[in-house]
Design a protein around this ligand. Structure first.
Ligand code: SF4
Length: 495
């Protein structure tokens, strides 16, 4: 897919480490901007990805001798160049067990020490070199900078510890450079198909807005029982703004304000909140509340309820609490035979809202075969957003060589998107963000599908697209199967 990789190493020792451990065109440029600028003409006239590999001076205390720095941008006297594909190289390095910092690298025409070094570190720069900025071969070419820290703020380049430090840095460089081959193999021209709809649903938007409004109206801390939605970025962002996430209500001080997550709670949790004198704002998705109401209705009619869902999921725990005597959990068709029912003519089923549509229908079908009197909910419990995202990604999977699903591991609907893609015979990978992309997944993926679970922000999709653009020219196309306009009202406490 990609043309030959060229690796530039400034010094002989660095070039030797690269040649020994990597099958690539290796050029030695020498130390300093003039030599680097002279070699750049060679790079511009050739094709293919270019990487700079060698040692550098660390500028921050958290970067130790022997750590790897992968540049997210290169800052030089002539300006800053962004390197959005850096996260993919960093992933390959981390998979090799290396300690990796994904951060800006500064290029300086002279050796940087003391106060200047500290100032760069304070600006977020992780390492400083004397060549990278002058080696960039042009905007359309994938370019990576991989530097191993040799000297550090506490250990200047000429010191008694330089030799052991150099040996450690050489060893790391030797271990690191094979990752450049994986990065280079992932580069090239590609088409990116964005599934639509993707990302936030109405229930997730409402839940996040409830916490934001609660913070704005009441100020921090605002306690939230469980993750407000299942996404690490959403949770860490709200935590940084003053939300305090707890597993159970006994962690919330008496009288404090607490928000119930979008997945819903059982009546027992509500009762506990009353007993503790907590002020409650309920962010349960209205579509989950609908399932709770159905569970109570079926139980009141004396029916045994088969709840199709996943054990341990918060939504399932919450729903079960609304009819604990009546509900029997069914995770897979094999579970049906083992369930005892009082009256086979008085049975009903409900489903978790975020299941695989096909799987839920197949289990419901198996239940109906065994219990012909089975009744179901008045309308599908699998919510519109789950259905729409699965339909959209199925269409994208059929046209793609692989699909990236943005979402967290504990996000049920994101995991189901992965399964739906795999069901189409297309490889699918669940990623929290671009830093999770293994370059090996992209090799041969000329058309790459991208979607996001209902709890994953659209901004993460954009970050993934930017990272892919850093690996070569991309053509981005929206593949929309339907559009959504559903909005849920906020509860009165935050209106
Ligand atoms: S996925 Fe569906 S049920 Fe879950 S929060 Fe979104 S709209 Fe509500």
């Amino acid at each position: 897919m990609s043309a030959q990789l060229t690796v530039v190493a400034p010094m002989a020792l660095e070039a030797a480490a690269v040649r020994r451990h990597l099958d690539a065109r290796v050029l030695r440029c020498g130390v300093g901007p003039e030599r680097a600028a002279r070699l750049r003409a060679d790079l511009v006239s050739a094709d293919g990805p270019v990487a700079v590999a060698g040692f550098a001076g660390a500028t921050r205390d958290d970067v130790r001798c022997g750590d790897v720095v992968v540049a997210t941008e290169v800052r030089g006297p002539d300006g800053t160049r962004s390197l959005p594909g850096a996260a993919v190289l960093a992933k390959a390095l981390r998979l090799r067990g290396l300690s990796v910092h994904l951060a800006p690298v500064a290029s300086s025409p002279e050796v940087v020490k003391g106060a200047r070094r500290a100032a760069l570190g304070a600006e977020g720069v992780a390492a400083v070199d004397m060549e990278s900025s002058w080696l960039h071969p042009g905007d359309d070419r994938p370019f990576a900078v991989l530097r191993v820290a040799l000297d550090t703020p506490g250990r200047e380049v000429v010191s008694p510890q330089t030799l052991p430090g150099a040996l450690r840095a050489y060893g790391t460089l030797a271990r690191a450079v094979p990752a450049l081959a994986e990065w280079a193999a992932a580069t090239g021209k590609r088409r990116v198909l964005l599934a639509g709809p993707r990302s936030f649903c109405a229930g997730v938007e409402r839940a996040i807005e409830i916490v934001e409004q609660a913070l704005a109206k009441h100020g921090p801390p605002v306690y939230v029982r469980k993750q407000i939605v299942h996404n690490v970025h959403v949770v860490s962002d709200l935590a940084a703004r003053g939300a305090v996430f707890v597993d159970e209500l006994d962690e919330v001080p008496e009288g404090a304000l607490v928000v119930f997550s979008a997945h819903g709670v059982s009546p027992q949790v509500r009762e506990q909140a009353v007993q503790r004198g907590l002020r409650v704002i309920d962010a349960t998705c209205p579509l989950v509340s609908k399932v709770h109401a159905e569970a109570r209705r079926f139980a009141a009619a004396g029916k045994t309820i088969f709840l199709i869902g996943h054990a341990g999921h918060e939504e399932v725990e919450g729903t079960t609490g609304h009819a604990p005597q009546a509900i029997r959990l069914i995770e897979r068709p094999e579970d049906i035979a083992g369930v005892e029912v009082d009256d086979p003519d008085k049975v009903a089923f409900l489903t978790q809202t975020t299941l695989s549509v096909d799987e839920a229908y197949s289990i419901a079908g198996a239940l109906r075969e065994r219990y012909p009197a089975l009744t179901g909910p008045s309308s599908d419990d699998i919510c519109y957003a789950t259905q729409n995202r699965q339909d959209a990604v199925k269409a994208v999977a059929r046209a793609s060589d692989a699909v990236l699903v943005v979402g967290s591991r504990n996000s049920s609907n994101s995991c189901r998107l992965v399964e739906v893609v795999q069901g189409e015979g297309t490889p699918a990978y669940l990623i929290d963000d671009e830093a999770d992309i293994d370059p090996l997944w992209l090799i041969g993926a000329h058309t790459l599908g991208v979607t996001a679970g209902a709890s994953a922000p659209e901004s993460l999709v954009q970050r993934v697209v930017d990272a892919l653009a850093g690996l070569g020219p991309i053509e981005v196309a929206e593949h929309t199967t339907t559009t959504e306009s559903i909005r849920f009202n906020l509860p009165k406490e935050v209106r």
